[in-house]
Design a protein around this ligand. Structure first.
Ligand SMILES: Nc1ncnc2c1ncn2[C@@H]1O[C@H](COP(=O)(O)OP(=O)(O)O)[C@@H](O)[C@H]1O
Ligand SMILES: [Mg+2]
Length: 232
């Protein structure tokens, strides 16, 4: 089992609340590509010791299934996925997001380190983790939360309402990174454009070109061009 707790002893009540909301949102979601929650809450009257760490009263925790493997940020550093594997991951995360969105939950922080790749499977098998900044049921975002390199423009602008399309963007940016090795910042887009145009690398160019439409439409700056559902 994996335990997620707040590390800061003096975390404020809003931080505690956000943590419990992660547990609450996650407990609404059951999908083979979403980490399974076991329990969440706050430590009761008696302090608890787990793995040599002492957790005092009122410490919020989330207990989840233990995942064996590596998140995609670690995996990309060690042994980058090939295009086929990257697309497989994106499809699985798209399925997970479809379930979250149908339940009114927007993840808001889809990125390689929040996608966990299980080891020991012949095929690629991933689980979406970290609903720490997720929102639900058209609750307004208000504050800017997420990770800049993968954040949809409307999210970065702090627009008051966010919907599934910000996850569509972040998944597109993640797929871009899995294919290109870097998130789609301007500098990298320029490099990839050059790479695709370079006749010395026809195989890579052809492979990326086949995915061009989905990568580009899902990372459109204008959310109305992105479509409401993630999918490849
Ligand atoms: N259930 C789990 N089993 C094993 N490792 C996990 C699990 N959930 C998360 N992790 C690992 O811990 C890291 C941090 O967890 P995460 O929920 O993303 O917290 P944070 O809010 O600190 O980003 C993830 O990037 C992943 O590598
Ligand atoms: Mg995380």
């Amino acid at each position: 089992m994996a335990l997620k707790i707040i590390h800061l002893p003096d975390a404020d009540p809003a931080e505690h609340q956000r943590f419990l909301s992660e547990g609450e949102l996650l407990s609404r979601l059951v999908h083979p590509n979403i980490v399974r929650i076991v329990d969440f809450g706050t430590v009761g009257d008696h302090p608890v010791e787990v793995g040599g760490h002492r957790f005092d009263r009122e410490t919020p925790y989330i207990a989840m299934e233990w995942l064996q493997g590596k998140d995609l940020a670690q995996r990309q550093q060690e042994k980058p996925l090939n295009l086929h594997q990257a697309l497989d991951c994106a499809r699985q995360v798209a399925g997970a997001l479809g379930t979250a969105h149908a339940a009114g939950v927007v993840h808001r922080d889809v990125k390689p380190s929040n996608i966990f790749m299980l080891s020991g499977n012949a095929d690629v098998s991933v689980k979406l983790v970290d609903f720490g900044v997720a929102i639900a049921d058209a609750l307004t975002g208000g504050s800017v939360a997420g990770t800049p390199a993968y954040m949809a423009p409307e999210q970065a602008r702090g627009e008051p309402t966010l919907d599934a399309r910000c996850d569509v963007y972040s998944l597109g940016a993640t797929l871009f990174e899995l294919c290109a090795g870097r998130p789609p910042t301007r500098e990298v887009e320029d490099r990839i454009a050059k790479l695709c145009a370079d006749p010395a690398l026809p195989l890579i160019a052809a492979a990326l070109d086949r995915q061009n439409d989905s990568v580009h439409s899902s990372t459109s700056r204008n959310r109305s061009d992105r479509g409401g559902r993630p999918g490849w």
